[in-house]
Write a protein that binds this ligand. Structure first.
Ligand SMILES: C[S@@+](CC[C@H](N)C(=O)[O-])C[C@H]1O[C@@H](n2cnc3c(N)ncnc32)[C@H](O)[C@@H]1O
Length: 246
């Protein structure tokens, strides 16, 4: 799998925004918002845990500050093993829904597009809370369970979903992991994060890329998405960025 998050690439939907085919909220990549939040927190010696890091650490070695300790964890040992040599100071195979088998704590936990895959959001937030040092921060981006494309995906067996995304969207099979969507709503996230000291759940309305195989369908979808974006119907957002302080 190629890294799903890469720096210094032009926004891939900008041309469609400039051509009037997509609304201006598509003029940047969602990952750039995530990376900007990470950049604000980076400092020499920072201890980072990348949850669901797989074969592509969210922060490549060359972009880490001096003295940074970078631990990667994933439920799938083969994914961690496929990461470039030296990607992690320590790679730990573990299920994020359970207390992580680590005898150290972290200043920053990052999790990019992983929490929609876990079987328990409550368990995952609890294990990440335990792994944070006092004052530590969790930055996580996930897909909303009520996004139109997620609702369709939830009713499809994983195998069919992978085949459909390969056929209609050209997604590589190995980039697709089974999804659970447990607790992937604004309401549930806020409830589960109630005990944290500071919490922001930022909604995005960015699902058009799932409809590129049919321009009429994409237009119809955008009519719907523009409405929920204008009214900021957070329950129906396509993605959420969570910024939570221990
Ligand atoms: C969409 S990939 C994202 C990988 C990487 N963060 C990236 O951006 O390239 C989702 C990852 O979450 C991992 N994963 C799924 N369920 C998990 C769990 N319960 N605990 C830890 N990792 C999990 C998968 O093995 C996979 O590597």
């Amino acid at each position: 799998m190629s890294p799903t998050i890469e720096r210094d690439l032009p926004p891939d939907e900008l041309a469609d925004v400039q051509a009037g085919l997509l609304p201006v909220r598509y003029d940047h990549r969602m990952q750039d918002v995530f990376l900007a939040q990470i950049d604000r927190l980076l400092r020499p010696g920072i201890r980072i845990l990348d949850v669901g890091a797989g074969r592509a650490p969210t922060i490549p070695v060359g972009d880490r500050p001096a003295g940074c300790r970078y631990v990667g964890t994933d439920i799938d040992a083969a994914e961690l093993a496929a990461a470039p040599p030296g990607a992690y100071d320590l790679a730990v195979t573990a299920d994020a829904t359970r207390p992580l088998p680590l005898d150290e704590t972290f200043d920053l936990i990052i999790s990019w597009q992983v929490l929609e895959h876990v079987s328990s959001m409550a368990g995952s937030l609890d294990s990440m809370h335990r792994a944070l040092a006092p004052g530590g921060v969790l930055l996580a981006q996930l897909t909303g369970s009520r996004a139109a494309f997620a609702l369709v995906a939830r009713f499809m067996p994983h195998r069919i979903r992978v085949a459909a995304m390969s056929r209609f969207l050209g997604h590589a099979d190995e980039e697709k992991f089974p999804t659970s969507y447990d607790g992937c709503t604004d309401h549930r996230l806020r409830l589960l994060l109630a005990g944290w000291s500071q919490v922001q759940v930022i909604p995005f309305y960015r699902g058009a890329s799932y409809f590129t195989f049919s321009q009429p369908l994409r237009r119809a979808y955008l009519g719907y998405e523009n409405q929920i974006a204008r009214r900021d119907v957070r329950a129906l957002a396509t993605h959420y960025l969570v910024i939570a302080h221990k």
